[in-house]
Design a protein around this ligand. Sequence first.
Ligand SMILES: C[S@@+](CC[C@H](N)C(=O)[O-])C[C@H]1O[C@@H](n2cnc3c(N)ncnc32)[C@H](O)[C@@H]1O
Length: 398
Amino acid sequence: MTTASYRIRPAGPDDVAFLADVTLTATRAQGRLPADLDEADWRGGFEEWSRESIDDPTTDLNVIELDGRRVGRLRISRTPGSVELNGIQLHPDAQNRGIGTAIIAELQSEAATRGVPLELHVERDNPNARRLYDRLGFAKTGEDGAEDVMQWTEGTQLWNAEVARRYDTPGTGMFAPDVLGPTVDRLAGLADGGRALELAIGTGRVAVPLSERGVPVSGIELSTAMLAELRTKADEAAIPVVLGDMSVVRAAGEFSLVYLVFNTIANLLTQEQQVACFRNAARHLSPGGHFVIELWVPELRRLPPGTPATVGVAEPGYILLDTYDVLNQHVVSHHFHFGEGSQAELGRTPHRYIWPAELDLMAQLAGFTLESRHADWTGTPFTADSPSHISVYRLPTT
Ligand SMILES: C[S@@+](CC[C@H](N)C(=O)[O-])C[C@H]1O[C@@H](n2cnc3c(N)ncnc32)[C@H](O)[C@@H]1O
């Protein structure tokens, strides 16, 4: 489908009658106008609210134009922590031309560049809009009256249903007993009889065996698809999970251990978010509590000056290429899977890499001190050549 060329411009006082019109027409076309609606009364209120929105510096009320003709309404709010799509209505004549999808893609790109989520509310009686948002990678993160709250981040896109379905590899890879056994042993020791919280709990690779060991485990997770996989193994009573961003949301209760493994702090793409994540970990811990991070050491020594990428793996059917943006400390892993033919499938995962020294400083900002750093879960000494580390931070006891 080709996208019609549209233009978005700020709404002015002359647009308020149009904005009410297009909202009524679009809602009527969806069959969602109450039969007893007093149209004149509704219109008066809506136009008044639109006038106020035009003067409100915290929100952007826009008109969508197609070939110089007004065809839609778009309201957006931008906060330091998010982009919020407050409303998008298109006249039925301008629908099914890819305009809504293109506008949302623009907003997704803006949110991704700023490293913040794109949020919206969708009425539960609007299944068409819901289908569109599901298709565009939004995940439900809560409810607000008759509406579902939905969020898109680069993360929800990456950790989708297909990735979640293929994530678990029981008995091998990251699920091998010689990987998981020492991980669970060490974490159980650090929990020291208290409760543990896993940030970015995923499908419960670590949380499930840790909870089976008798440690009460809770979690925070962004992806509904990953959480759905966890729920096939442990219910909410066994492992309670709060859906949301690990640098922001609060899980109930106090913990003696918070842990964030498998390089996942690097999924937060700004230093600000990574520091917020440390602070959020500290907020959940009782005095003397531990925060454990498993993270790789940036591989910049493999990058000769002037070379923007390294080949991590080159084997039949699979090539891993890491491209670097050294200025922003970003590395994007490009996973190319291919068969005999000339077609390939590409998956991308963006990260903000962190040096151990920077990690320690983030910990310090949140009130932690480094208690230990090892090369692995069995306590192998960390050296200048270690490819990754297990860092254990601790809050003061008082
Ligand atoms: C590599 S998996 C790790 C899952 C699990 N911790 C493990 O060790 O198997 C990364 C997980 O981080 C989650 N995630 C990414 N960004 C997140 C964020 N900002 N807040 C919460 N979870 C996040 C993803 O949805 C995914 O489940």
